[in-house]
Design a protein around this ligand. Sequence first.
Ligand code: BGC
Length: 745
Amino acid sequence: MKICAKWITTPQDTDRAPAAFRKSITPKGEVKKATLYASAAGVYAAYLNGSRIGKGVFAPGFTNYGARVQYQEYDVTAMLQKENLLEIGVGVGWALGQQSVRPKNRRHFPGKAIISWLEIVYTDGTKETILTDESWDTYTTQVTYAEFYYGETVDKTLEPAYLGKAVTVDNKNKLVPQIGEWITEQERLAPVELIRTPNGELVLDFGQNMTGYVEIRLAGPRGGKIVLRHAEVLDKEGNFYEGNMRSATNEVTYILSGKEEIYKPTYTFQGFRYVRLKEYPLETVDLNAFRAIVVHSEMKRTGNFTCGNEKVNQLYHNIIWGQKSNYLDIPTDCPQRDERLGWTGDAQVFCKAAAINYDVEKFFKKWLGDVASEQLPDGSIYGIVPEVMLDGQRTLISAGWGDASCIIPWQMYLAYGNKKELKKHFPMMKKWVRYLRTAGPEEYLWLGYRHYGDWLSMDAGDNITAGATSKDLIATAYFAYSTSLVIEAGKVLGEDVSEFEELHGKVVAAFREYFMENGMPKAELPMTDLSWPADRPYYSVKGITQTSLALILNFNLCTDEERPVLAAKLVQLIRDFDDRMSTGFLGTPNILQALSENGYTDVAYTLLLQEKNPSWLFSVNQGATTMWEHWDSIKEDGTFWSDSMNSFNHYAYGAVFDWIFSTVAGIRPTKPGYQEIALEPNPSKALGFADTTFESRCGFIRSYWYYKGDTVYYEFTVPQGVTANLRLPSGYTATLTGGIHHFAE
Ligand code: BGC
């Protein structure tokens, strides 16, 4: 589409106060169709005759604005009248808010601006297009402040002030039609309780940690003030706890108009369960006046799981809410503190589970496009996409993070079978592994880099975020793994993969020579990271850890003979650690699979059902309603992990659901897009039953098993046209076709 509209801004910058752009529109005849297109530097909200246009919020969404800015399309035919006022408000959003204006960050726009065009087709066949240009008027709005991290102030007593005619601005940003899903208001939750905390504060409890904002419907005294603060948890004493928000103040203020109105933010969101009424102008608090609106990207729910163990069910609930809370246009690390960014490592470890829970093909199609656009000419990728510098520094080019460029396209292909998408991402995949070849001093080993390591693992002591496992070992293991995915993808696409087969062989051989001896990893490995301060002890040098063994087993870095010995060693480390895992972001998604694929599903179940810290059920016992960043974000004694990095809504450890799906239920695609599946359930008396369903691209799949005495009864649903290769624990095998099938053994 050729875009003739101009980017326009206000005559003077309104900074963090949103601005509004207005245009009166009088159609020249009878309207057959009217279509509005809009985009912004910032986030915009469009209104026609006072009514909000479209279902989306926070448009145009978050992309690498230097490469592309999405625009949205709205059918406004039914909204158009004889005389119309079109208004587009714009706040700083992702593009110009604190996220992007951190020191040294790239600025893709000089300031808040919009671009829009309205196409009217008349019944007589003529057309008219109304474009943003200098004829538009600009105003202040009743929103006097808005920022994602810091909240919003709405003064309903204010009359918008005229700022003058719009000024055109020469934004060169490339506009593209919306690629991703709409971000929309999804659910409304009523508060479950009004709490008077021990220190006297009034706090609403919505019963569920989430992402979104609070809506209030009430009439109050004109000029009366409501001030809300947001938090995820109460502290040990039951007081409102905001320490983990860091600089994000999450304060929402409403100045009341005097009549009954609905108050809700337009240009901000929070991550919260609890809302403190810091100021409230009425004598009594009517809980009915409040609703929490859950906001995230639209995704069709495709997976469901329930079993006979309530704690595991709560864990599953927390995983689902972790995804809802963090799939807000991009896969974020967390929704509450001054971060909310597209951390690639987190996205990578959770993407497989994500694609079971929801249809995320379109969601990732957009974000992977940004990953590709952020890839540097040498093939490297920083830790966050769209790229944002934290504290004036670039994030790390790290193993397990940059590998998202290979892992996510491949997982999306397995889940949805879309070859075209895989082909699109293939150049990015190749570039990443070619980069790894040149990254360190050795061609086939990735040595000497800083890396995030096995982030937040528990094996190097409480406060050592990178864990005990050698970073060089992790990095080279991922080097081999990503190369193997390039080979798999290349074969699907009919590409010549000989370069990568040779590379893979050499990386595996180098890995084995450098990191292993006698079929085991070496116990201590050299510290090669020269950027590490000499006066600080270096922790990530261990070769034999739960994480290293899980990676070696899962990434096929061992021989068939070594496999049982390595698996037994992994089991021994778990036993030695009191039947617990000590793994972090990179080890955890691999450990259960490494166990069950090597004959230790019983040990995997022990870890799943473990309740002592660290474990999945520890946070469940501590009252979690979403996944936590740390295994012990709230410790045994009720105190918190440090304020500096303690999110109660981080989905990474929710990756366990892909093991539950593939091993407890036993559902695995053996051809991309579930055209052919394996059904290999592993029942456990501790769960009693497990009922798992999945709406695949090829149809509805169900794996249901339950115990009656010592007998397990099975029911499987296989979609028409799909072949399922069944294997029951007794060793019984069968080939199932479309329909419902029953077994007992
Ligand atoms: C983020 C992560 C991320 C990590 C990288 C944290 O601040 O919240 O989840 O992957 O940094 O080290």
